[in-house]
Structures are given as C-alpha cells and as structure tokens.
Design a protein around this ligand. Structure first.
Ligand SMILES: [Zn+2]
Length: 438
C-alpha cells in the first residue's frame, strides 16, 4: 500500500510538473476575488472605481481608456517588429496559417477596427503576394489555396475592384471539384480538409454577401462532410453513440484544428444551413459524444484514444472545444452546453498562459479568444476581464521565456495572431477568432 501511495504521489507530481512545463501559473487575481479583497480593505462597493489605471475595466465594466491606450501603443510597436521580421520570412509561404494570407487577414482586421485606408492597402499587397504563389495542392482556408482566394475576393470587394474580386471567387469555387469527388482522399478537418473549404465559402458569404456563393455549392460541401462522417461512424459501429465520426491520419482527433469539434462547429453554423432533422439526429448526439469525453478538470482529450489531460490549446483541448459548445448552445438552446463551455473557461484561466508562446493555434492569444466568446454568449464581465488579463500577458510579448515558434511573425503561430487578439480585445463586441469564427 505504501508503495502504491508513493507511486500515486509520483504520478500526481509528475503530471503537475508536466502541466507547469506547458503553462505558466496564472499570476492574475480573478475579478471577484479582487473585488472582495478590495471591498474588505476599503469598504467601498466598487473596486474598479479606485483601482485606477492599472485595471482594464472601469467602474461601469467597460474597457478603460488607459488600458485601451496601452494596448493601442503595443499594437503599433508589435506591428513594426512584425514588419521587420517578415523581411526574412519564407517568400513562398502563401498560407493563412503561417504565411502571407495570414498577414493580409491581420491588416483586414486592423482596417475593420480603425477604418484606415492604409491598412486595406497593406492587406491588398500581402494577399497579392499570396495569390502569386498558389500551388493547387490544398483547398482549405488555413493551409490551402482557399484562404488567399477568399481573402483576395474580400479585399478586392472592399476596394470595389469587382472584376478581380469575381476572379478570385470563380477560382475558389473551382476548388470544389476535389472536395466533392467521391474518390478524393481529402480529409474533413479544418486545416487540410472539407470543413476548411466550407469555412472559406461561409467567410466570403459573410463578408461579401449571400449572393457571393450559391447555396447549392454550400449544400453539396455540407453533404460531402456529412456523408463522410456517417460512413466512418458506420464502419466503426458507432452509429448510435456518435453518428458523425471523423479521423485524420488514422486518428480520431477531438479539437478544433484536426478534430470533431472543428468540424461540428462549422456544420452548426446557421449559414451552413444544415436541416433541423440533421442537426437533431446527427449533430446533437455527436456533440454530446464529445461532451462525454470531458476530463474531470473540464478539459478535453486531443483524440478519442488519448486519456491524458495535457493540452489546453485552441488546436487540441478546451479552448477549441469551447467554441463548439457555445455554438451548440445557440443552436439547441440547452444550458448544459453553456455550463460545459464555462468549465472550459475555468481550465483555460488556470492553464491557458502557454509556454509555447502568444499565438492563436497553441498560444495565449488563441486561448484568450475563448473568453471573448464566453463574454459574447453570457455578457458576463468576468470573461471580458479574463480576456483583458490574457491581453495584458501579451503586452509583455517575448519577456516570459516562451518557446520561439518556427514562423515567429505568422498569424497562427506568432506575433500577427497576438496583434489580432489585442485589436479585438479593445473592441470586444465585434471580436472574431480569425479563420475560424464567423
Ligand atoms: Zn496548435
């Protein structure tokens, strides 16, 4: 028994130190704690009132002017560093994930929040660079030709270059052949698969208008994803428990990047127009199947066969699954989904300041977007506060001794993603995780 005990102890400390290896201990007090503490000290009901310039939210729960200014000046500073760093970036990487389209998307976001024409011009320059480098290998928004074509269509649309915009759209729609072909070996996940092509279509519909992509094309892509999921579920004899099952490289991933959560999230989009019957009969039980894989911590495994509670990333774990849960809550109007999403929020608050860096895919900015989505879903200022605190962490970019990613200035691995997050935090009402949320 003694031996058992010490073994168990070893296991516990082993996993704890591993967790510490993956994330920093969150140094920020939570909002309620801070208020209680200050209430106790000062006897006044509002902590924010006298806590002054260091707090991101003012007494009314709005982003304070001081915080706003701090973030804006950091955005300027980081943009300069990014531009300098991009001079030595791979000239042929056109992707949204690590290449030029991601940078174009950042400038499109800065144009959206500031309305400065120079940002739109930069978006154009970068997306043109991407469009010159298409290789016809993949179709998705994040890693394939779909991204530059969709962003190109949107940038040209903003600039009223209708011919160029239409040209991009036509090419984007031509990619559907390989997505729909029954004997293509394209996967279904977000980074390389059908869901990533579906996102490109839904993105241009949202940004340009519902006529940009015909409904039948969207319906065909949705059907192809549904058929693929039904087939694997049948093969694995899981039709009852999980009627839509997907795998990537022979593994049934759970998270947003390669897994079920990312695919279900796209299918749950109102603009995907999945029928009510399909939502109820196929998607709802599948979402519930993922829900039941939840760890006691509130986190989720990276794949169905993985039992260890390790990763708290947008790509693998709670920060990605949360978006699926919030969408399921919107579609099925069942509070249990929002409760699970709130649990994700707790894990992310505890373990979300990542040693991997500040990016979107597996970094602090990507995890911060979880709080912004929780804030949208609940209007609870606690989540806005947490989002601001993760932004505050990003204000000290590069000082925590994080790992330097391979593409340190890119949208999904590096600095561009953190800038995107910072620009969303100070205008939280319209915030949107790029290349993912709609
Ligand atoms: Zn990742």
């Amino acid at each position: 028994m003694g031996e058992n005990m010490s073994k168990r102890l070893k296991l516990v400390t082993g996993s704890e130190s591993e967790m510490e290896e993956r994330s920093f201990i969150n140094p920020f007090p939570d909002r309620e704690h801070r208020e209680h503490r200050e209430q106790g000290l000062s006897g006044t009901p509002s902590a924010a009132e006298h806590s002054g310039a260091n707090e991101p939210l003012d007494a009314g729960g709005k982003i304070s002017d001081a915080f706003q200014k701090k973030v804006q000046s950091k955005i300027k500073d980081l943009l300069q560093q990014m531009e300098e760093g991009l001079k030595t970036a791979d000239p042929h990487d056109f992707s949204t994930y690590t290449g030029w389209t991601g940078i174009a998307l950042l400038y499109l976001q800065l144009y959206r929040v500031t309305q400065e024409a120079s940002h739109l011009q930069r978006a154009l320059d970068y997306v043109k660079r991407a469009l010159r480098n298409l290789n016809g290998r993949r179709v998705t928004f994040l890693c394939g030709d779909g991204g530059p074509l969709a962003v190109g269509a949107v940038v040209h649309h903003h600039l009223k270059n209708q011919t160029e915009s239409q040209e991009c759209l036509t090419k984007l729609l031509q990619l559907q052949r390989s997505v729909l072909s029954p004997d293509s070996d394209i996967p279904d996940e977000l980074l390389y698969g059908r869901a990533g092509y579906l996102y490109a279509l839904l993105y241009v519909s949202k940004e340009i208008g519902p006529d940009a992509v015909d409904e039948t094309t969207i319906a065909k892509v949705v059907t192809a994803i549904l058929e693929s999921g039904k087939n694997l579920s049948k093969e694995e004899k899981k039709e009852e428990r999980c009627p839509l099952l997907y795998e990537w490289h022979k593994k049934q991933y759970v998270g947003a990047a390669h897994g079920l959560a990312g695919i279900y999230y796209m299918l749950l989009q109102p603009s995907a127009k999945v029928s009510q019957d399909t939502l109820n009969e196929l998607l709802r039980p599948s979402v519930d199947y993922v829900r039941h894989k939840k760890f006691r911590s509130g986190n989720y495994p990276s794949s169905l066969s993985n039992e260890t509670d390790r990763l708290v990333h947008w790509c693998h774990g709670a920060p990605g699954v949360l978006h699926m849960l919030i969408m399921a809550h919107k579609v099925f109007r069942d509070e249990k989904y929002l409760r699970d999403a709130a649990e994700c929020g707790e894990v992310i608050w505890q373990r979300g300041l990542l040693r991997k860096g500040y990016g979107l895919c597996h970094g602090t900015a990507g995890n911060g977007y979880a709080f912004l989505s929780l804030y949208h879903a609940t209007q609870d200022k606690k989540y806005l506060y947490r989002a601001c605190k993760f932004a505050e962490w990003c204000l000290d970019y590069g000082t925590h001794g994080c790992r330097i990613p391979d593409r340190p200035y890119s949208l999904f691995e590096g600095m561009a993603g953190a800038i995107h997050y910072l620009s969303d935090v100070i205008q939280p009402e319209g915030s949107c995780f790029p290349a993912f949320e709609l």
